[in-house]
Design a protein around this ligand. Sequence first.
Ligand SMILES: Nc1ncnc2c1ncn2[C@@H]1O[C@H](COP(=O)(O)OP(=O)(O)OP(=O)(O)O)[C@@H](O)[C@H]1O
Ligand SMILES: [Mg+2]
Length: 341
Amino acid sequence: MPDWLLYTGSRHPHDGIDRLPPPPPWRAFDGEPVLRTPEGGSGNEHQATTYRPSDDAVQQVNAALYLRRPLLVTGPPGTGKSTLAYAVAHELGLGPVLHWPITSRTTLRDGLYQYDPLTRLYAAGREGAPSEEDIGRYIRLGPLGTALLPYGRPRVLLIDEIDKSDIDLPNDLLTIFEKGEYEIAELTRRADPSAEVMTADGPSPSPHPPPSRGRAPLDWPGARVTVTAGTVRCNAFPLVVMTSNGEREFPPAFLRRCVTVELRQPAGEAELAAIVREHLGPLADQSDDLVRRFFERSSAGTLATDQLLNAVYLCRHADAEDRRSLADRIMPYLSGPIDDD
Ligand SMILES: Nc1ncnc2c1ncn2[C@@H]1O[C@H](COP(=O)(O)OP(=O)(O)OP(=O)(O)O)[C@@H](O)[C@H]1O
Ligand SMILES: [Mg+2]
């Protein structure tokens, strides 16, 4: 394993991130005060500890870490694009993954922060006097907004299925990633533009708490941080993992600023069998016929690794006379020919 690799794909946590050299001068950020990464696992320990990355994926993750650039991960369904983010967070001890699932309606603002003025007004009415100090209780940073806080170690931000986004989102993101900072307009226009706001870490706020609790909906017991001068500026640039199923081409300006990696289905039966064993342990015994069947069928259409995992699990428990036909029904083609055998 070459020495420069911090993330190795070993699945065992270590402190390799401490060897990350300073950024290239054009990607240096100086947000302060420097924050500690929240304690805790990646948020998906089974996936993180069973993931076997390709050599290419390992190398490109490290390139993204060194260069402080987002990583664009493409590939067919089920090839482990999303799981890669959890695996890196687990091995390098980068704390909980900040997950931002994208739909056609997602805006940049959703990822940065939410401000809830109505609840603030309601609380002010209930408590008698509006308080100028309390605005931070009604501002909650989103996954992107949290990832750009001045953490001393990179947070992992998973921007999942970015190809589903509105056409403008990739370019909006570029601007934010170039600057490594954003403003919270609701704070900058105040006389005192500093506030203690909530982050995306911790439990989600309930949208409708019972009034008797006397707490604002966004006042949940999660992490809070102080934002000064209404601006959030990163320190260690986050590891941004953006996944795409290839439903959209990205503009050259976007691609130029990313590190890219394309994931593929495991190349051989041995690699696939190793993944099955990783996930299912002894339950994977005597599953060679199903692994072979998966390979035969995947030459004719798209299948995903987790379909095979489901088939192996089910065939182990179901008392089926014909394992092969049961497995075929659990592994329908995701695209390609209609299953007619
Ligand atoms: N290389 C691998 N090693 C171990 N498990 C894998 C690997 N690739 C995929 N898997 C398993 O396959 C399943 C699907 O992975 P994941 O959801 O990350 O895929 P994806 O590429 O994000 O799929 P989609 O495009 O549908 O979002 C998970 O259970 C994951 O653990
Ligand atoms: Mg995914």
